[in-house]
Write a protein that binds this ligand. Structure first.
Ligand code: G
Ligand code: G
Ligand code: MN
Ligand code: NA
Length: 254
């Protein structure tokens, strides 16, 4: 309860809520292919609060919509700065399940893209499997409208939900992100290795780009390359970092 009150306050003030960015790398050649924006809250009394400790509470109320608008605003402002510095790097923002039930979301996204003069193609939105299973008709319409804007859509945490293949085929998504629990286990656990292989093949058969998250070791990179996975993200490459640090990384790699 106090979390929500404090969050309302944080949404009005400046600086408490900020984004970290984690790069995603192509598995052939290891170029930065894009970034994922991850929300952080530096509470004046409690210090850094991880998103898992306040996003679920915000999802229970309308606050999640304002929080999402705030995150999109921060991400797009940062993207505009990077574009001005010569870095047209795609950035992915995580969307809560609840947001896909908001038919106003596509218009909000369109308005913010215009305000920040960022092309829709550079913005990606990550949604979990469960997000598209609730009110399937409504969330499908919201996803379709976002897709029509030119925004790229990703299925996050793939493998942890219950998306049927028939449903996945109908979703207007471009990318599938294999949940890190399977990627972490793929070297030591035969089951996880099979799941990762199956997810890569399924994604490719549906014409999707496949991303492995939670890539922590060189052995994971090698195994993912063997499977033909397209993109990798994880501590092996880089931890999530602040915007300034990311700017330095982007400047360094060109
Ligand atoms: O970055 P971290 O491991 O703390 O993220 C924990 C969880 O919070 C992840 O599932 C991530 O997708 C989610 N998350 C991070 N940033 C955002 C955000 O801006 N919006 C939403 N809805 N979820 C986020
Ligand atoms: O649910 P989502 O995929 O959005 O979660 C992203 C979260 O995963 C981020 O909070 C980030 O800190 C975390 N993360 C990123 N790379 C790794 C990794 O290699 N290992 C682990 N354990 N977590 C990671
Ligand atoms: Mn994500
Ligand atoms: Na994920």
């Amino acid at each position: 309860l106090t979390v929500l009150g404090d969050l309302r306050r944080a949404l009005e003030g400046a600086g408490e809520l900020f984004l970290n960015y984690q790069p995603k790398y192509t598995l052939d050649g290891e170029r930065i292919e894009g970034l994922e924006a991850l929300l952080r809250w530096r509470h004046p009394v409690h210090g850094l609060i991880p998103p898992d400790d306040f996003i679920p509470a915000a999802e229970g109320t309308g606050i999640i919509l304002r929080l999402t608008e705030h995150v999109l605003d921060l991400a797009l402002a940062q993207m505009r700065c990077w574009m001005d510095a010569g870095h047209g790097v795609p950035v992915a923002v995580n969307l809560s399940t609840r947001c896909l039930l908001d038919v106003g979301l596509p218009e909000l996204v369109r308005r913010l893209l215009t305000a920040h003069r960022v092309p829709a193609e550079l913005l990606r939105l990550e949604v979990t499997e469960s997000a598209v299973m609730g009110d399937a008709a409504r969330s499908m319409e919201v996803l379709q409208r976002l897709h029509d804007l030119g925004v790229k859509l990703s299925i996050d945490d793939f493998g942890t939900g219950y998306t049927s293949m028939a449903h996945l085929r109908r979703l207007p998504v471009d990318e599938l992100k294999i949940d890190r629990s399977f990627v972490l286990g793929m070297i030591s656990t035969a089951h996880d290795a099979v799941l990762v292989r199956t997810a890569v093949d399924l994604g490719h058969n549906l014409g999707l780009t496949v991303v492995a998250e939670g890539v922590e070791g060189a052995e994971h990179v090698a195994a993912l390359r063997d499977l033909g996975c397209d993109i990798a993200q994880g501590y092996h490459y880089a931890r999530p970092m602040g915007g300034e640090q990311m700017s330095e990384l982007l400047d360094r790699v060109g």
